[in-house]
Design a protein around this ligand. Structure first.
Ligand code: NAI
Length: 329
């Protein structure tokens, strides 16, 4: 069966084609899925999509009209899917719940270290023959307090790795307190986490409860000089509030791999464009900010796991088996 695959970059295609079987063949499009491109999937019973594809009601209705019955997401998050609309239209949705939590945890720590030790600046300076240390002063992670919001797979890995640096670990996760305590982490409420943490790292899903969890009020609660890291989902932060916190020198470091308006920017080369989004442009100019373009997951191991799980998700559907990774109804 031909599967219509959207947002498939050459690196995705390489791993998907390797995982393909006689029953599951991929027809790959680099374009994002949205109401204008949905027509390309006409006749495809299974459509595969990624994080920034538009799976709102309009796109889903067009896909349903074209005969689509399964959306195979190649990512863990499904906040981009209108699950209620999918259920009404008889479209089932599967995801890849954990492709490499290690990849995201390691990138999170890479951002923390690069920010603290000012590696981008040091790298550029040395290449220019400048070996001065002015402006490169870092801080020890040892004996600092890390606050992790969302103590699931990735949050736990980040916490374990930062504990190895000698950090005290606080976790806020109202749905996973027992596990976090059993792993030896301090389970705290959100206010205590904001007030006590030197570094705050976000690892919860994006939903109605967590949208703009980091906002003007929560920034004001944080310690002056705090480091804030978001490798989870952009809209967990009110980015303008965070930018204002940086300009006021209240937030001292920001590392972000995700951005609330990333859909029209990330995964594409805009180096010759005049980027119209003034918030991201301003953030990129700040010396104490590192932005990466949703690359935390991007390791060989993760891409292989995504491709293999996508194929097994589709095979389960084609063989009329229970869908192990179905999301929503
Ligand atoms: P997970 O499902 O294992 O853990 C999420 C945790 O968040 C759960 O323990 C849950 O109880 C907790 N949680 C839910 N609502 C919460 C709330 N209101 N406050 C605090 N905690 C809450 O998910 P996993 O694998 O650890 O992934 C975390 C996030 O990482 C995903 O939601 C996804 O958005 C993001 N991600 C980012 C990637 C990247 O490349 N930047 C790649 C993969 C995931």
């Amino acid at each position: 069966m031909q599967i219509a695959v959207f947002s498939a970059k050459p690196y995705d295609q390489a791993f998907l084609l390797r995982a393909a079987t006689a029953e599951v063949e991929f027809q790959c499009f680099e374009l994002q899925l949205n109401p204008s491109t949905a027509v390309m999937a006409h006749g495809a019973v299974v459509v595969s999509a990624f994080v920034n594809d538009d799976l709102g009601r309009e796109t889903l209705s067009l896909l349903a009209e074209g005969g689509t019955r399964l959306i195979a997401l190649r990512c863990a998050g499904y906040n981009q899917v209108d699950l209620a609309a999918a259920a009404e239209l008889g479209i089932r949705v599967v995801n890849v719940p954990a492709y490499s939590p290690y990849a995201v945890a390691e990138h999170t720590i890479a951002l923390m270290l690069a920010l603290s030790r000012k590696l981008p600046r040091a790298y550029n300076r040395v290449r220019d023959g400048n070996f001065s240390l002015d402006g490169l002063l870092g801080f020890d992670f040892y004996a600092k307090t890390l606050g992790v919001i969302g103590g699931g797979k990735i949050g736990q890995l980040v916490a374990e790795r930062m504990r190895a640096f000698g950090c005290r670990i606080l976790i806020y996760d109202p749905f996973n307190e027992e596990t976090c305590r059993r792993l030896g982490f301090e389970s705290v409420d959100l206010d205590s986490l904001f007030e006590a943490s030197d570094i705050i790292s976000l690892h919860c899903p994006l939903n109605d409860q967590t949208r703009h969890l980091i906002n003007r009020d929560s920034v004001a609660q944080m310690k002056p000089g705090v480091m804030l890291i978001n490798t989870s989902r952009g809209a967990l932060m009110d980015t303008q509030a965070v930018l204002d916190g940086l300009k006021a020198h209240h937030i001292a470091y920001l590392g972000m791999d995700v951005y609330e308006q990333e859909g029209s920017l990330f995964f594409e080369d805009h180096s010759l464009d005049i980027i119209q989004d003034d918030v991201i442009q301003r953030l990129i100019t700040l010396p104490n900010v590192i932005v990466t373009g949703h690359q935390a997951y991007f390791t060989k191991e993760a891409l292989q796991h995504i491709a293999e799980t996508t194929v097994s998700n589709i095979l389960e559907y084609l063989e009329d088996k229970p869908l192990t990774y179905q999301v929503g109804g």
